[in-house]
Write a protein that binds this ligand. Structure first.
Ligand code: WT7
Length: 674
């Protein structure tokens, strides 16, 4: 209270700088920023006192060390914090754009996540606290997890799987999903986790691209009270997956799917006779750990390839730094293991750090909209890591769901997946964090393996909507179309100038596409595909994907900024902004809006236009506002602006926008390629 921050949301920069910005935009081709967010939230003295990196100076020292001598920086951590069956000869071999880390060494991430803790007091610490959607609970200690992983790894060996083979994992969020990942890693089998919401077609595509030899699945899982018949979906996929020899099925839901005796085996039958003695295989540092398919600009998904040692070290260190992890924490990341967030910050990062990680199977609104708060209260969760799309849903569902619960155990909040609108940030901070928990807004990608930019919560004052500063070892650069670095407060393409241990090593079976996609437009730098700007304090602001930019009369507007202005209107729950071809302006702004209150009528539209005019300026005022019940999203919760662009341009015929509901379904189908 005594530090009530300055509140000036969006200053009408356009009113003042419109002409200059316009000229700059023409000459340099960078993106104009209209968002002026001045609020700052420094960590409390109390938080800083207990933090492992508890001052800006400590962060800066760490960062400087990492830049001055990256090989020493990462090498020291690798030597101290990973187990080496064979020491490496060289920290980094960089043949742009191909990096090898800890060359010549041998390690095993399953060993580093499990065996390493068994000689310490953490042996009997909870590794995973799991809750099923129907309400079952399990706590699994490191020692127990080790045993389960060893048994399942033995079972996979028994099926004839060898180092280098590929396993597709298509499972609900149950502990066996993490066990399967760790078991693969233990014996050098490369896993490819496919999100449990994807279609048979998507599974088959991924099986075929990776030449998977086994699919690990479950009979079913639970989502919003409904049973998802996973095995039946897999059966359809396997008809088109000639490389797959085995299918292992976990009994989770008891829905008795048909089993083909020549191909399908029950998990429990396999582990019953499998040995609990299965030492971790020494693997080369660059042995592939996993493939994770992600959206590309073309239809075909890209198989992002991550490897063993560098990834292991990067997710462990970033987990410890960003979440300021302490042994008494109960950490909950609400993602699904089908996404990279689940790989790096439910399974590998937390377990490598010896943390207690919570896993929840189901939906946030089952049986009620307070399920998350209920879980936090009962398990005394101290760190919550979730996504803006979830936060906006909570706001829409109403504060009374939150008010029913004691959230005093929380000490730190995280956000990931897309930019967080300042209004949603403020709600998260005040309503969930009680004004006492720092928010770490973490920017990264499937490709980057781990968090690239985020506040370190004891060191860096946060600003709503900014991912603040780079991690140690990360060197960002913002370039204009002519590949010149832009100045402060100018948007441009976000690139990374130096290799880092967690970076992707390539695309599965397609190195040309890897070079083409990430290293060609800007030679020598990793192209993230995001736009960004740095403010006068050196803070980074992500401005959305490069192709999300709306160009109005020569001014490039960032979708997130228009959306944030709309979300700050009291009636608005969520907003998606897209550009529509316009004869005069090049593009005009069309927004799709879901309401949390108020009536969807013309008066409200006018009020909202007025609001945007006030928050940003005339240029950003939408030409068209369309109310809808929900926004079409990819399976990972990203708004499908491409689809909305087509609707806005009249390419997709919809009678009225309320039928956008149907597009959610359509979007889900298309989300497979998105
Ligand atoms: C893209 C990567 C990061 C793991 C989950 C998504 C967007 C992600 C943020 C953030 C603004 C963000 C970017 C990025 N994004 N986090 N904190 N602020 N944008 O992984 O599916 O590979 O998506 O998500 O556009 O490029 P992904």
């Amino acid at each position: 209270q005594d530090r009530e921050p300055q509140k000036s949301l969006f200053t009408d920069l356009f009113g003042i700088f419109q002409q200059q910005l316009g000229r700059l935009a023409m000459s340099g081709g960078q993106i104009d920023s209209v968002m002026q967010e001045d609020r700052q939230f420094p960590p409390s003295a109390e938080f800083q006192a207990q933090a492992s990196i508890g001052s800006l100076a400590a962060y800066e020292k760490l960062y400087d060390e990492s830049i001055q001598n990256p090989e020493k920086f990462w090498g020291d951590f690798a030597e101290k914090e990973l187990h080496w069956f064979k020491p490496y000869d060289k920290v980094l071999d960089w043949q742009p754009p191909f990096a090898q880390w800890f060359v010549g060494g041998q390690t095993n991430i399953s060993y580093n996540c499990l065996d390493k803790h068994l000689t310490t007091w953490r042996k009997n610490k909870a590794a995973i606290i799991w809750e099923g959607e129907p309400g079952e609970q399990r706590t699994i200690t490191y020692s127990q997890l080790h045993r389960e992983v060893c048994k399942f790894a033995s079972a996979l060996k028994g099926l004839g799987l060898n180092k280098g083979d590929v396993a597709t994992i298509y499972m609900p969020m149950v502990p066996e999903l993490a066990i399967a990942m760790l078991a693969c890693a233990r014996i050098g089998v490369v896993h490819s986790v496919v999100f449990g919401g994807f279609s048979a077609e998507a599974i088959a595509d991924r099986n075929n691209d990776a030449k998977a030899k086994v699919v690990i699945t479950a009979d079913g899982g639970w989502r919003r009270g409904k049973l998802l018949p996973l095995k039946e979906t897999v059966d359809v996929a396997l008809d088109k997956s000639p490389t797959v020899e085995h299918c292992v099925v976990l009994k989770r839901a008891g829905n008795n799917p048909p089993m083909k005796s020549w191909r399908d085996r029950w998990w429990h039958d396999l582990v019953e006779t499998a040995s609990a003695d299965c030492p971790a295989e020494p693997l080369d540092s660059e042995h592939p750990l996993f493939i994770l398919y992600t959206s590309g600009s073309t239809g075909k998904p890209k198989g992002i390839r991550h490897t063993t040692a560098g990834y292991n070290l990067y997710v462990k260190k970033t987990f410890e730094w960003v979440f300021d992890h302490r042994d008494e924490d109960v950490y909950w990341c609400t993602a699904d293991c089908g996404w990279v967030t689940g790989h790096s910050y439910i399974v590998y990062g937390p377990l490598a750090a010896g943390a207690t990680t919570v896993m929840y199977e189901g939906a946030p609104n089952w049986p009620q909209e307070d399920r998350f708060w209920d879980i936090i209260e009962r398990h005394r969760v101290t760190i919550l890591y979730t996504a803006p799309t979830a936060i906006r849903a909570f706001i829409k569902w109403g504060d009374h769901h939150v008010d029913k619960h004691d959230l005093s155990s929380l000490r730190l909040l995280g956000s990931v997946g897309e930019g967080i609108n300042p209004e949603a940030w403020m709600w998260y901070y005040n309503k969930i964090g009680g004004g006492r928990c720092p928010i770490v807004d973490t920017w990264w990608q499937t490709e980057t393996g781990g968090i690239m930019m985020s506040p370190l919560p004891g060191a860096i004052a946060t600003k709503p909507g900014s991912c603040t500063k780079p991690m140690p070892g990360i060197v960002p650069a913002i370039l204009d179309e002519n590949l010149h670095e832009v100045g402060k407060n100018q948007g441009g393409m976000l690139c990374i100038s130096q290799p880092w241990p967690g970076m992707l090593r390539g695309l599965w079976g397609d190195d040309d596409r890897y070079v083409q996609q990430y290293w060609t437009k800007v030679p020598g730098k990793y192209l993230t595909g995001d736009n960004s700007r740095q403010d006068s304090d050196g803070y980074y602001w992500i401005m959305g994907r490069i192709d999300d930019v709306i160009n109005v009369s020569g001014h490039r507007l960032s979708t997130i900024e228009v959306e944030s202005a709309l979300v700050s209107h009291p009636n608005v729950a969520e907003a998606a902004a897209v550009g529509r071809p316009d004869e005069l302006k090049g593009q005009s702004v069309v927004v799709f809006v879901t309401l949390k209150s108020g009536e969807a009528n013309d008066a409200l539209k006018q009020a909202m236009k007025q609001h945007v005019r006030k928050e940003i300026g005339a240029l950003a005022v939408p030409d068209d506002i369309r109310f809808t019940n929900s926004l079409p999203k990819t399976r990972s919760g990203k708004i499908m602006r491409r689809l909305l662009r087509d609707i806005a341009a009249g390419k997709e015929s919809v009678q009225d926008t309320s039928t956008l509901e149907d597009y959610t379904v359509l979007a889900k189908i298309r989300g497979d390629e998105e």
